[in-house]
Every structure is written in C-alpha cells, then in structure tokens.
Design a protein around this ligand. Sequence first.
Ligand code: PA5
Length: 432
Amino acid sequence: MDVDIGNALASVASPGVSREGLERLDERVAVAHERIERGMENREHGYEALNLPNRTEPDEIRTAVEPVAGPDTETLLTIGIGGSALGAATITNALADEGDTEAIYLDNVDPEWVSSHLEGASLEHTAINVVSRSGTTAETLANFLVVRDAFESAGVDWTERTIVTTGESGPLRDLSDRHDLPALTVPDGVPGRFSALSAVGMVAAAVCGHDPEALLEGAAAEADSLSGSLFECPAYAYGATSYALDARGAGTNAMIPYAESLETYAEWFAQLWAESLGKDELGQTPVRALGVTDQHSQLQLYRAGPRDKLVTFVKPRTGPDRPIPETDVDDLAYLGDSTLGELLEAEFEATEASLAAAGRPNVRVELECVDEYELGGLLYGMEAACVLAGELYGVETFTQPAVEWAKKATRGLLGGGEFDEADAVTEKTELR
Ligand code: PA5
C-alpha cells in the first residue's frame, strides 16, 4: 500500500502536524520499531501476529479444508464474532466473484436474523466454519449449537460438513476432538483482531476459491517495508500520522474505502483501531464509512463540523469498469462520455479536494487494485500501523479487558460460571 499524508500537514490542515513535528516523532518511531522487532523476534504475545506472513502454511490449510471445499459446497457459513469473523469477511467480501462459494457470516445472535439465514438454506450444500480463539465465546457457541441442530433436523450429517479453528485447548477444541472434526489452530500469541492472516482468515479464503499464497505474499511485502522511519515505511507513516493528529485534536478517524468491495474492511479496521488503542482514556474513535455513498451523508460533517477528525481514504487505482450509456437529455450528455469508474474517480478526487480546501486533515491510502496481494498488504499494513500507534500511545495494544468484562458478565448471567462481572450487573439492576 502507498500512503500520502500531504493533506494532514499543518501547512494545509487544522488540526495538522508540521514537518518538524513529524521529524521529532520519527525519533520515537525508531525506538518503537526496535521494540516491535524485538517482540517479533521473541514471538511475544501480539507482536507474533506480524510474523504471520512467514508462519501461516497454506498447504496445511488447503489439506484441512479438503473435506468441506469443492463444487458440492455452495455456501460457507462462518460462525464467529469480532476478530474471529471480520478478517475472513473482509477477505471473502472483497474478493467475491460470480461462481465462488458464497460466504455468510453469523456473528450476531439476533434470533430473527439467525433464523432468516437458516430458513430455506440448502444445508446439504453448506459447510460450517466455526471460529473461536478462546473456544468459550457465548455468541459463537450458541450459534453453532443452533446451526448444528438445524442440520440434524434436516437430516444432514454436520460432522461431515464442519471445520473448526480454535486455540490449543478449550470447549470448542474438546468438541472438535470428540467428533473428530478437521481442526486448525489459532497460533499462540495472535490476538483475534490480528488473526486475519492466520487460519482464521485463510480457511474462508481457501474454501471460497481465493489464493492464500498471494494474500500472504502481499502481507510479506508490507512486512519487508517495516523500517525505523515513518518517512520510509507506509504503515508507520499512517500509524504515526494518525497518532500525531489525535494528539492535536483529531480524536475521530473516519475510514472511507472507495470500493464497495472494501466496505467490510472498514468494519475490520474499526475493530482493530478501537479494541487495540482504546485504553487508559486514550485512543482515536474509528468511524465506518463508504465512498461514494457517504459523500451524500457524513461528508457534510467532515467538511464543516467540529475540527476533530482525520478522514482516511482507501483508494484502489484500478478496478473493473462499465460505460455509462448515452442519453438524449442534453443536461446529462456529459455522463454518456464517461464510465462508472471515471465517475467514482471524479467523486473521490472532488471529496479529497473539498476536505483539503476546507483545511480538514485527510490521508490517502492507495492500493493498485483489490486482489489477494493488495489486500494482504492492506491488512498487514494497518495491523503494523496499529501496533506502532499502540507503542506511541503507550497502551497495551494486544489486550481487550473491556470486551472480556462483558463476555464474562454475559456467561455469568446465563449461569455459565461464577464471575464478579455478572454480580456487578445484577447489583446495578437491583439499584434501579
Ligand atoms: O480481538 C479480539 O480478541 C476479540 O474481538 C475476539 O476476536 C472476539 O471477542 C472473539 O473471541 P473468540 O475468538 O475467542 O471467540
């Protein structure tokens, strides 16, 4: 990925960061990079995720998915939530093409929504992909039990059509051992939201006909570009600039991909940024948006609202195109000489320029196109940017105590164990 921070500089934007400010920050980037390299070398928790391009083994994944992949599988139903769903969904939604195995994700436990995915589904042509690093997440296990029951009711042997990805031990591992299901492991030291480039993302990619090797190659190229200076490393340029702008008042980061296929990527980014950096009363609030759709809604706020935002554009340079047919309405004649791709490009240029003209900081992240290689680079680059930002903030990037609090409270309230968190909820309810 390429990163252009020109529109985030203090000379053109407010809040903005001066060149001198970035140069001072670069000294801290060098120290942070050394810490990151050490963490990667020692395979420390979290830092290990940045080793995935060289550790994930596509052959192991292809072998494991063999029983569920193939022309018989029309739909891959992935059951997981947060980091156990969004990376895979980013990949399969970005790369989905006609004729591919359709990828569906069950993360929410809204009963109506879950039922709508099961009613009328052709279960004999559906494979189940259950993903939970801990193997204890209530939403994932509950949805799995519901789906398994639907298979049994339809007389379809779910054990023949299920693949599991989970940690070395835990209830989901026990279940997969008991039924002798093909199972892959979420590598040690890789937190959920940093696991897209492990089996967690690659199983869905492989079953849906995408190329895990190319995803990992793109990620490896981005890994090779990590260096001790933000001026030489696109991922660090993004992480350091976002951090610097937040420190200067841009507490919101609006992520706007200019490709419908990258809509889920914005969701993945929001989780990565929020769950990793939102600690100790620090962190930048990510907002999910989509170009061009949100030009007709949120853009008003970004250009004329409070000066507390960074807008990040993700822009593929090339993509499929389609001509706009000519019309005999004079006022629309200009469209007939163009294509939808050219219109999209013009909308992007106009939006970027309109923010710059209003002195609103924005950063352009460019991809060559949306394919496996570029996507692998984008996922890895944003993870590295996030790890760097975490070092600069001085937060525990790889933990998620607030998320764990709610997970335990939920399980406790349903009788799934004794947790102080559940008691706290009960006490609060009693106070009302
Ligand atoms: O990044 C994280 O750690 C979380 O978002 C988890 O991925 C999410 O809570 C799901 O956890 P698990 O994979 O253990 O089911």
